[in-house]
Design a protein around this ligand. Structure first.
Ligand SMILES: Cc1ncc(C[n+]2csc(CCOP(=O)(O)OP(=O)(O)O)c2C)c(N)n1
Ligand SMILES: [Mg+2]
Length: 893
């Protein structure tokens, strides 16, 4: 749908004829109105098709404003005052970046993004973004990450951020604090709500946020409200697959509470977004095709009289002819150049602008810089019903920077201005700072009783409160839910179940709990049957905003596919990213809505961290609470599926996320202890943490909890079974995790009965917990020399644990190795480095060398290396255990 194919006609049509058709349409419009005109056009199109005219499909409208002047509402604000406020914000935003870079070379920051978006934000702040009040939940706004300086600069004018903070933009470690580079709730938990700087995440998160708001309403968890979700994004950002990846969900769900504003400055970081095409037209067709309401804001008011004179539609046609690279050139060119190269293509166009001097041509504003046009678009967007709206606003990157970067390819990185450029900027925006002072870039805030401050305060008051603002408003849960989890501490009495089944049993119980039942949000990406969760379809229903319009094919069965308007399960379809966005919306509702929803997102573990780690990182930043469940986990426990599915990586990939608790539990009671404690910590104590648990599909008897080992489970390890003969000369300590714990238990038996080695078996529920504890202990000791050294938990545990040490995990060997340095002796680590295979469990565990035989061998080999046994015994074991010593190395085969 780009300019050159859509608008450059191959045949010249008689202009007179065109004129006649246009005039008759105008007259219909005037006498009978737009509906009749639309009907005629629709009938004409049908008539043309019937008569064999092949009309090419186009989802595009002309390269013009979607809202004609006659439908443009009056601008309700004081335009002059708003312009002055905006100019001051522009100045302060620029000053904070330039000053930061003077003090600390290369500290970074962006001027040109906000410079292009200032009007888009200011119209929002003055007229649309409603803050939270007692009565109203407020709108939700996702700010473009690189526009952060402008948002800070406004908060400074509002008196919410100090000059000290502005001065320390990107210098957060300065005494008294500074401001984080981008929106990071982790770093500024009272200010930012949504981390947006990793491009593509925020559009997707916004869509699912808008849908989650509806979910809360449909389920009666919050009253209906007409609150909006606004997402501001860059046009370059739409290249990210996540940006447009869920737009059909938004229209399917009729999310008229959602408004995207795409700042179309036609540039990204390196250069033009679509130099050879038209990004606005491309986005228009994508969004229109997906069923969105698309509002283009391309041209400012200065163009209106010219367009009005253009009765033949030549100007609009010309506007559609240029590719973005040409438009960018016009931005940096003189009025004479614009006259020659834009209007000069047709003498009639030249005539249209003849009365205007060159300077006026250069100053023809774009729509995204004209508050009246932007207001009209926002008003239409908030009033629109039945579908989401996207506003495509044309702007200039680096607007106002003049020679310092306006419209230039280097503008994104521009953070230094010379003295002339600074004075020029100051004068252009009328900042009351002298020629000399201006070089120092003082932050400027008008007096409290100035018209500007009074106006701005009045506007925010009328709109409820300040935005952005983050506040935890939920009340802590009260119960301890002891009863809920009790039965799972007692074991399965010999019945073979998998930890996935055990978890689903807990989920089912939690859903019935009087306090937390309604707050649970189960989220699945088309994988409920994989995890044996289909019984929940019937009991709590699948959320569907339109209920169930069909009789499900399995209606006569007990567990039929029940969709309902108040359904509780978010069955997201095959989108881990979308499901994660729902997890984030549900897990942050304690702040966004003051509601303690508790998400449980269960997915194929290999498609979690490996696929959507950046969303997980963002959810950590956002202080999201909840439980991620990596289902059918373990490289050798998930048999058959092969190398794309078998997960031996995720626990390693979970290591870097600071506030994530990652557990690889083996037994039902371990899961119960972790979840119960997790709910307490997150929803009662308000800790900013979340959880990752791997659950497996290998069935085995779940033992009862062996005494009070809760503390050990939570801290990462406990002794599950002691050796029976503690007097034995040969000793070993075996560490197992998840399903591999059973292999360690089998090895314990082999070692004891066949080789006279008495081994203790430990369940290591979380290497991550042990690792973080070890790091912290080590650090504390380093910083406190001379004080009584602290001892890492893992060292404490092994103080009275004699013998050789062997760890076996269904994950990479590096996981046990993270804590080996705090162990009293050398650790032999077995793990599943390498590509998986399509095979059964026994063969996989042989292939990866993590089964009981290899654990036995590892223990014997350690004893041999210690000089405790003869080599012949190791040789014998290799033979007895049937180990092929020449087998391929799984790590690289
Ligand atoms: C996922 C990701 N990749 C790359 C970047 C680096 N980056 C920051 S800004 C930018 C260009 C932004 O262009 P656009 O979205 O058009 O925004 P504009 O500044 O033009 O408004 C890039 C590539 C990022 N922040 N996130
Ligand atoms: Mg851009």
């Amino acid at each position: 749908m780009n300019g050159d194919t859509a608008v450059r006609p191959q045949h010249t049509i008689e202009d007179v004829e065109i004129q006649e058709w246009l005039e008759s349409l105008d007259s219909v419009l005037e006498t009978s109105g737009p509906e009749v005109a639309a009907e005629i056009l629709e009938r004409l199109r049908a008539h043309a098709t019937v008569n064999g005219i092949d009309l090419p499909f186009s989802a595009n409208t002309p390269y013009a404003n979607s809202i004609p002047v006659r439908l443009q509402p009056l601008f309700p604000g004081d335009q002059e005052l708003e312009r002055r406020i905006k100019s001051l914000i522009r100045w302060n935003a620029l000053a904070m970046v330039v000053r930061a870079n003077r003090v600390e070379h290369n500290i970074g920051g962006h001027i040109s993004t906000y410079a292009s978006a200032a009007t888009l934000y200011e119209v929002g702040f003055n007229h649309f973004f409603r803050g939270r009040t007692e009565e109203f939940e407020g709108d939700t706004v996702y700010f473009q990450g690189h526009a952060a300086p402008g948002i800070y600069a406004r908060a400074f004018i509002e008196g919410r951020i100090s000059a000290h903070q502005l001065e320390h933009f990107r210098r957060e470690l300065k005494p008294g604090g500074g401001l984080s580079s981008y929106p990071h709730p982790w770093l500024m938990p009272d200010f930012w709500e949504f981390p947006t700087v990793s491009m593509g995440l925020s559009p997707l998160m916004a869509i699912y946020q808008a849908r989650f708001n509806r979910y809360l309403e449909d389920r009666g968890l919050k009253p209906r409200a007409d609150a909006k979700v606004w997402a501001f994004l860059g046009d370059g950002e739409t290249d990210e697959p996540e940006s447009l990846g869920a737009i059909t969900l938004a229209s399917r769900e009729k999310l008229d509470n959602l408004i995207f504003v795409v700042n179309c400055n036609l540039q990204r970081l390196d250069g033009p977004v679509r130099g050879n095409g038209q990004i606005i037209q491309e986005l228009e067709s994508a969004f229109r095709g997906a069923g969105w309401n698309v509002i283009k804001v391309l041209w400012g008011s200065e163009w209106d009289p010219i367009l009005e004179r253009d009765t033949e539609g030549l100007l609009v046609k010309r506007m559609g002819e240029l590719v973005d690279g040409e438009y960018q050139k016009l931005v940096v060119s003189s009025g004479a150049y614009v006259r020659e190269h834009f209007f000069g293509s047709d003498p009639r166009l030249l005539q249209l602008v003849e009365p205007l001097p060159d300077e006026a041509l250069r100053r023809l504003r774009l729509g995204g810089h004209d508050p009246r046009k932007v207001y009209a678009a926002y008003k239409a967007a908030v009033d629109h019903q039945g579908s989401p709206t996207v506003i495509l606003a044309r702007t200039i990157k680096g607007y106002g920077l003049g020679e310092a970067g306006e419209g230039k390819n280097v503008t994104h990185q521009q953070k230094k201005l010379n003295e002339d450029e600074l004075r020029e900027f100051r004068s252009r925006f009328g900042i009351p700072v002298s020629d000399e002072d201006c070089i120092e870039l003082p932050f400027y805030r008008p007096a409290e009783d100035s018209a500007e401050i009074q106006y701005l305060r009045a506007r925010r008051e009328a709109l409820g409160s300040y935005v952005p603002q983050r506040k935890v408003r939920s009340k802590p849960l009260v119960g301890d839910h002891e009863e809920l989890f009790k039965e799972f501490l007692e074991g399965s009495e010999g019945r073979e179940v998998s930890t996935t089944m055990a978890f689903v049993g807990m989920l089912r119980k939690m859903l019935k709990d009087p306090e937390i039942g309604k707050l649970i949000v189960p989220i699945v990406p088309d994988e409920a049957r994989t995890f044996g969760m289909e019984s929940l379809f019937r009991t709590v229903g699948i959320y569907s905003s339109s209920g169930q319009k069909y009789e499900p094919v399995d209606v006569n069965t007990l567990l039929y596919y029940k969709e309902a308007k108040d359904g509780q399960i978010l069955e997201e379809g095959i989108t881990e990213a979308g499901s994660m966005a729902s997890f984030i919306a549900a897990g942050s509702a304690y702040a966004t809505h003051g509601i303690n929803t508790i998400p449980f997102f269960i997915y194929y573990s290999m498609f979690g961290f490996q696929r959507i780690a950046d969303f997980i990182w963002a959810s950590a930043d956002m202080r999201t609470r909840g439980f991620l469940l990596g289902g059918t986990a373990g490289r050798t426990t998930l048999s058959g599926e092969g190398l794309q599915h078998q997960d031996g990586n995720s626990h390693v990939l979970a290591l870097p996320v600071p506030n994530l608790k990652a557990y690889d539990p083996a037994f039902a009671y371990e899961i119960a202890v972790i979840i119960q404690d997790g709910i307490r910590r997150m929803y009662k104590d308000g800790d900013s943490i979340f959880y990752y648990l791997t659950v497996m599909n290998e069935p085995y008897a779940m033992p009862p909890m062996p005494g009070d080992v809760k503390d050990g489970i939570l801290r990462g390890m406990y002794r599950f079974r002691k050796a029976s003969n503690t007097k034995a000369k040969l000793r070993a300590q075996l560490f197992g995790s998840g399903a591999i714990l059973n292999e360690a238990l089998r090895a314990q038996e082999i070692l004891e009965t066949k080789y006279g080695v008495a081994a203790d078996v430990w369940s290591v529920t979380s290497y991550k917990e042990l690792y973080y504890d070890g790091m912290e202990t080590e650090r504390w000791n380093r910083l406190h020399p001379g004080e009584k050294p602290r001892v890492p938990y893992v060292t404490q545990m092994l103080a009275d644990a004699p013998g050789v040490l062997v760890a076996a995990s269904d994950y990479l060997k590096t996981l046990p190795n993270t804590v080996s340095k705090w162990m009293p002796r050398h650790l032999a680590s077995l793990g599943t480095d390498g590509f998986g295979r399509s095979e059964g469990r026994a063969s996989l565990r042989d292939f990866f060398e993590v089964d009981s035989r290899f654990i036995t061998l590892a223990a014997l080999h350690e004893l041999y290396a210690d000089g405790k046994i003869e080599k012949s015994l190791v040789d014998k074991a290799i033979k007895d255990l049937g180990i092929n010593t020449e087998k391929p190395n799984p790590v690289i085969s």
